[in-house]
Design a protein around this ligand. Structure first.
Ligand code: DQA
Length: 150
């Protein structure tokens, strides 16, 4: 099973960016952690980061033809603005988990709405970078259950 981990804008700065909110773990460390957890679960994890909305849309279109079974995405600020990324998920029908390092609901009101949550398979919010692992476990379990039922 192939899983794609997508990190949106400014998440390349993880580890140094507002550490009180996002912690000290870097993006390469997060990606290594998720890949390793994927290996333990018997799934292959590919990683992608972009600061550009269209880059994320293009990556999702490519994922469909690569046979990616599911996506874990931290869309960063595009969470709160991007109809285009929501439409890319709807258009490709790839199941996905949405993850936020910080508890967006305890922050500014503009962070309380997500364009993606309504169509996500699940959401993990506020558990720091540990949330990426929780999202991986939850998504893989859901995908395995769905393929057994099919
Ligand atoms: C974030 C929360 C977003 O509101 C913010 O724009 C980010 C990171 C998080 O992981 O907590 O870039 O998605």
């Amino acid at each position: 099973m192939k899983i794609l981990l997508i990190n949106g804008p400014n998440l390349n700065l993880l580890g140094t960016r507002e550490p009180a909110k996002y912690g000290h773990t870097t993006l390469p460390e997060v990606e290594a952690m998720v890949r390793e957890a994927g290996t333990a679960l018997g799934v292959e994890v590919a990683c992608f980061q972009s600061n550009h909305e269209g880059g994320i849309v293009d990556r999702l279109h490519a994922a469909r033809t690569e046979g990616v079974a599911g996506v874990i995405i931290n869309p960063g600020a595009y969470t709160h603005t991007s109809v285009a990324i929501r439409d890319a998920f709807a258009g490709t029908a790839i199941p996905f988990a949405e993850i936020h390092v910080s508890n967006v609901h305890a922050r500014e009101p503009f962070r309380h709405h997500s364009y993606l949550s309504e169509i996500a398979a699940g959401i993990v919010v506020g558990f720091g970078v540990e949330g990426y692992l929780l999202a991986l476990r939850g998504l893989v379990k859901k995908l395995q259950a769905a393929s057994k039922a099919a």
